[in-house]
Design a protein around this ligand. Structure first.
Ligand SMILES: Nc1ncnc2c1ncn2[C@@H]1O[C@H](COP(=O)(O)OP(=O)(O)OP(=O)(O)O)[C@@H](O)[C@H]1O
Ligand SMILES: [Mg+2]
Length: 317
């Protein structure tokens, strides 16, 4: 199988004000055809540096890049496109004129039709003749996305390219991204979006990839599930009844217990019912990607240990 992207041992060091910053310390990953591959990590991890190198804005100090099995060249360049939160459009001309210029740069056949099509796909036909300068943040974001798909690319890099979208538009954009045939490398700090869109995630920290896995695989690394029970009235003395199941939160008629195993559910419920507690409802709260991200960022050492576990689906590069 020919991979749209293989990155091997990418290194980049910045020198700024006499300081040396090792932004990329040997990044390697492989992206499969048609997948949405997320680069996830804290501020300063090296995501934008990676994307800027892959889109030709920066040169790496060392490392190897293969697009569609080939070294970067004019032909591979025409099959790739990018959108970032910071893409500069020309503010003095209209949305249509901006996109038409890009269509000409990429030599897109039936350029006008292509622009109209993209405006409709990203729901901004009504903004066709508006000057870019007069657009809101979310509107500009959608023009950038149109620009990114102008040449019908096979590989797309989106670096925080969905900023400022309201929930309804964000949903429509996610639908569009899912529909496209292009392989996508994607960064975002919106974890729900990453979780919903990405087939696999590379978790980057301080210029190194700590883990490549599916979002579900990453979530499985944290086994902590919380059992939330709601009672008909305030559960007085529930902690005494449940002594070997420590209560982690207690609010009004609700308690939360950290589950060690699925069997605990039955034991807890049985213990409570036989002690006369009246249960109204219960549910299990699983860790979100957001919570895992915070956990890793808060305690780097433990976070790295967590990600170093190998019991989640690993990449098959
Ligand atoms: N032009 C530059 N000159 C000097 N240092 C830089 C430059 N660009 C990035 N860096 C540094 O390189 C490291 C990686 O930055 P990068 O922008 O790749 O991070 P990021 O993962 O995209 O972060 P964010 O989530 O904030 O966008 C950071 O320490 C940053 O300060
Ligand atoms: Mg960045």
């Amino acid at each position: 199988m020919q991979y749209p992207l293989i990155v091997s041992n990418l290194r980049k060091r910045y020198k700024s004000n006499g300081k040396i910053i090792d932004a990329l310390r040997g990044i390697s990953f492989t992206v499969r055809k048609g997948e949405i591959f997320g680069l996830l990590g804290p501020n300063g991890a090296g995501k934008t540096t990676t994307i800027n190198i892959l889109t030709g804005l920066l040169s790496p100090d060392s490392g190897r890049i293969r697009f569609f099995g080939r070294a970067p060249c004019e032909e591979t360049k025409n099959r790739i496109n990018t959108a970032t939160a910071y893409t500069m459009l020309n503010g003095d001309i209209t949305v249509f004129q901006n996109l038409h210029i890009y269509a000409m740069i990429y030599n897109v056949p039936h350029a006008r039709k292509r622009v109209e099509e993209l405006l409709s796909r990203f729901r901004i036909t009504a903004l066709r003749d508006t000057r870019v300068y007069d657009l809101s943040t979310g509107q500009k974001t959608r023009v950038n996305l149109c620009k990114c798909f102008i040449n019908d690319p096979d590989l797309v890099f989106l670096d925080e390219a969905t900023v400022g979208l309201d929930p309804h538009i964000a949903y429509q954009v996610r639908q569009e991204l899912r529909k496209t045939k292009a392989t996508i490398v994607f960064t975002s700090h919106i974890m729900s979006e990453v979780e919903e869109l990405c087939d696999r995630i590379a978790f980057i920290s301080k210029g190194k990839i700590l883990k490549v896995a599916t979002p579900q695989g990453i979530k499985k690394l944290v086994r902590k599930n919380t059992f939330v029970i709601q009672f008909l009235s305030k559960p007085v003395n529930a902690d005494r009844i449940l002594k070997e199941f420590p209560i982690t939160a207690h609010k009004d008629n609700k308690i939360s217990i950290e589950l060690k195993s699925g069997k605990d559910i039955q034991r807890v419920i049985h213990r409570l019912i036989t002690s006369g507690f009246e249960i109204r409802d219960f549910h299990i709260k699983r860790p979100t990607l957001d919570e895992i991200f915070i956990k890793i960022a808060e305690d780097e050492e433990r976070g790295q240990e967590l990600l170093a576990q190998d019991d989640c689906e690993e990449e098959a590069a």
